[in-house]
Design a protein around this ligand. Structure first.
Ligand SMILES: [Zn+2]
Ligand SMILES: [Zn+2]
Length: 366
């Protein structure tokens, strides 16, 4: 597409990469975006600390929203340095480049384009705050892009239906009476209780859920004890569970509570179970994905293969207001590429081109 300014696109990718900032502190990133929007003659509203949204208004009845997330991730253990380990610089670059083309081609547009630059995706709270600020008002469809090492460089990938899982976190405290490790019968054993509980949760997925449905329970934290010969008073564990269907979410929650009650009874301990509600699943609209897929074929945009992912995304909250789709952009050159959130994850120049082309063609096809 002739209006895509590839050299500016690569400048944006690098400039935004160099500004990587923590969630809700994307100040320099926000300044850069506002500068670029002003250069394009687009006005905007500021929302939720560093968020920016606005509309390329051509007076059409329909408005399609495009969303990019803005935050980086900690690069070192102390959280002093930040980097774009999830490639959000690429998502912002895709949106800026698409807007630049649409501004130049606005005479050919039959749809208004709402742009949403959203902070704090990694905290899964940014989208909710942007929606409260009104970024979805009047929007009838929403699209977003994200890079992935699972797809080859130069290709886009689409998934009909669920593409990212619903994600919830939990914390559990096992509380008992400490005792000498050589005299477990004189107190309670919160360590063995926690260990047995962790193992028992996996059969909720394999024995209580239909094997055809997807679901996951992972424990990422376990803390307790101060000496090898003391059974501790308390063990704390934490983790996450994932689902695509509401029935699986309910089944996991119920199963985890039932298992916990059985552990309490057997070990003579108490437990505290807290679920932190996260994001619903990202379910892509089949009609919109169908149109995107046909455009890829018509306009020679190479399509890659992508399976749905158990990762979570707060893009799901926008989909509660309008149907939409998620477009994956490939970064993998050769056999392998570091995974998302890995310290070595980077997006090569040019990886944003398929997403830009597809978004532009989709907007122009309206
Ligand atoms: Zn991420
Ligand atoms: Zn991300």
């Amino acid at each position: 597409m002739k209006y895509i300014d590839e050299s500016q696109m690569n400048i944006d990718l690098k400039e935004l990469y160099d500004r990587a900032e923590p969630s809700m502190k994307e100040y320099k990133t926000s300044e850069y975006i506002k500068k670029r929007l002003t250069e394009m003659g687009l006005s905007y509203t500021e929302a939720f600390v560093t968020g920016v949204f606005g509309t390329l208004d051509v007076g059409a009845e329909k408005t399609i929203a495009l969303r990019a997330d803005m935050d980086g991730l900690p690069f070192d253990e102390e959280g002093k340095e930040y980097s774009h380990l999830c490639g959000h610089n690429a998502n912002m670059t895709t949106l800026l480049t698409t807007l630049n083309v649409m501004v130049k081609m606005k005479d050919k547009l039959n749809v208004n384009v709402r742009f949403i630059f959203q902070p704090a995706e990694e905290l899964v709270s940014g989208s909710v705050e942007m929606i409260k600020a009104g970024c979805m008002d009047g929007v009838s469809e929403i699209l977003a892009t994200h890079t992935t090492p699972d797809v080859e460089f130069g290709k886009a990938a689409l998934v009909e239906g669920g593409t990212m899982a619903g994600s919830n976190h939990f914390d559990i405290i096992f509380k008992g009476m400490s005792t000498h490790a050589a005299m477990p019968h004189m107190g309670t054993d919160t360590v063995t209780a926690a260990a047995e509980y962790i193992m028992s949760c996996q059969t909720i997925l394999t024995r209580k859920k239909s094997p055809i449905l997807d679901g996951l329970i992972s424990f990422g934290k376990i803390n307790g004890g101060s000496a090898s010969n003391i059974l501790p008073e308390e063990v704390r564990v934490g983790g996450t569970f994932r689902h695509f269907e509401m029935i699986v979410k309910k089944l996991i929650e119920h199963g985890m509570k039932v298992r916990l009650k059985a552990i309490e009874d057997f070990y003579g301990i108490q437990t505290d179970f807290t679920i932190h509600e996260g994001t619903p699943p990202v379910i892509c609209d089949k009609t919109i994905v169908g149109k995107l897929r046909s455009l890829c074929e018509e306009k020679n945009i190479p399509l890659g293969e992508y399976e749905k992912s158990m990762g979570g995304e707060d893009f799901a909250f926008y989909l509660e207001h309008a149907p939409g789709a998620f477009i994956w952009q490939g970064v993998r050159k050769g056999e392998s590429h570091p995974p998302l959130h890995n310290k070595k994850y980077t997006v090569p120049e040019g990886a944003t081109l398929p997403g830009v082309t597809l978004l532009c063609e989709y907007l122009l096809s309206q």
